[in-house]
Design a protein around this ligand. Sequence first.
Ligand SMILES: Cc1cc2nc3c(=O)[nH]c(=O)nc-3n(C[C@H](O)[C@H](O)[C@H](O)COP(=O)(O)OP(=O)(O)OC[C@H]3O[C@@H](n4cnc5c(N)ncnc54)[C@H](O)[C@@H]3O)c2cc1C
Length: 399
Amino acid sequence: MKVDALILGGGAAGLWLLDELVRSGFHVVLIENSALGTGQTIATQGIVHGGLKYAITGTQDASVTAIRKMPELWRDCIAGRRLPDLGETRVRSDYCWMWRTASLKSTLGMVGARAGLRSMVEKVAARDRPAALQECPGDVFRLSEQVIDPESFLHALAARHQQRLLRADDDAVEFVTTAPGVVHVVRLTDARRGDHLDLRAKHVILTAGAGNAKLRERVGLGEGVMQRRPLHMVLLRGNLPELYGHCIDGAHTRITATSAVDSCGRRVWQIGGQVAEDGVAMDAPTLIKHTHAELIAVLPGVDLSGVEWSTYRVDRAEIETPRGARPAGPVAKLEGNVITAWPTKLALCPHLAMLVRDLLPRSMTHDPTDLRTLERWARPAIATLPWETERQWVTLQNR
Ligand SMILES: Cc1cc2nc3c(=O)[nH]c(=O)nc-3n(C[C@H](O)[C@H](O)[C@H](O)COP(=O)(O)OP(=O)(O)OC[C@H]3O[C@@H](n4cnc5c(N)ncnc54)[C@H](O)[C@@H]3O)c2cc1C
């Protein structure tokens, strides 16, 4: 089968890219080795960032301009005004809140964030604050950052291209290379059926998140291009108010909280930000205690009694940076006929897709193989949200 591009990895980056390339007239197929979004996308907090993290650290470069445009682009897709039509994506919240603690550092952080974000941030009157922030000291701001449900987002994108999605284990995929980074054929084998399919792709695009490291080795490319930045996230479930937003403290987001409702109708909070960074060095019980203390400090008045707690670990996979810092933006690296890509943020997937599209020559395959050739191959499912997978939940004693 001849294709313009073969994408490996169906998280947010691979699926958005598939859509972008198909809309641009390319003949493309995507291979996923697990469930779509396994790894980072299903684990995200789903905030369509507009540059808060850049604003509070004072970063001013092209990446800031790019990320500022993302909330509006996503809003248009979700409203069906722009392609890809993401109308089936559940929007958990239309905006995020930004608030501070009583410390001087946090006041300064808020000033920096407001100056950097300018038009995106709006001070809200006390009566318009959400219940969870009623007792916070200082002003509360509303950011025009939507919060999406990653599971329905993955569904919405995948549904547009079912016939182009294949599910294949790593050992069922063989790369035939003629030189490092020059892939001649990708051979898929179904040992059970005694079947195989040779895919001749002009370009092979790796959007496998943390899986990119292994795939790069398999196509003869070097190591040391990817970094992992681990997080230890905290989950709470129970009788909790709805909350989406960031508590700012100096140049840090002390916590980032997002809410969802689980399949049993319980409210779930997902807690990231500084606690998830600091939590990497902690075991789950220590992190839960630490987060409990942090939440009491940053959300005075919120009753946490009786809630259940859990944690999960997940790595952010990105292009390597000199001191392991957050990369400035999305990256697409072309070597031979292989492109390795990382979006850096969920919000930046549209930007990444455009970067990759612009790396491809405009000469499309003239005689595209009928997609019905793929009908006999397995299709990938969608990954499961972190709080729906089996995990241990605990309640805290002596509150
Ligand atoms: C806890 C957490 C919270 C986050 N919150 C936000 C947020 O609120 N807002 C935001 O903008 N960003 C957020 N991010 C960042 C964002 O989630 C990632 O930048 C983005 O999801 C990366 O998408 P991806 O498609 O590159 O990788 P992934 O989502 O990791 O997808 C990789 C895909 O490739 C597949 N794969 C792996 N190996 C292979 C292989 N050998 N062959 C085929 N397929 C393979 C995997 O199964 C998976 O489906 C968060 C990240 C984390 C970890």
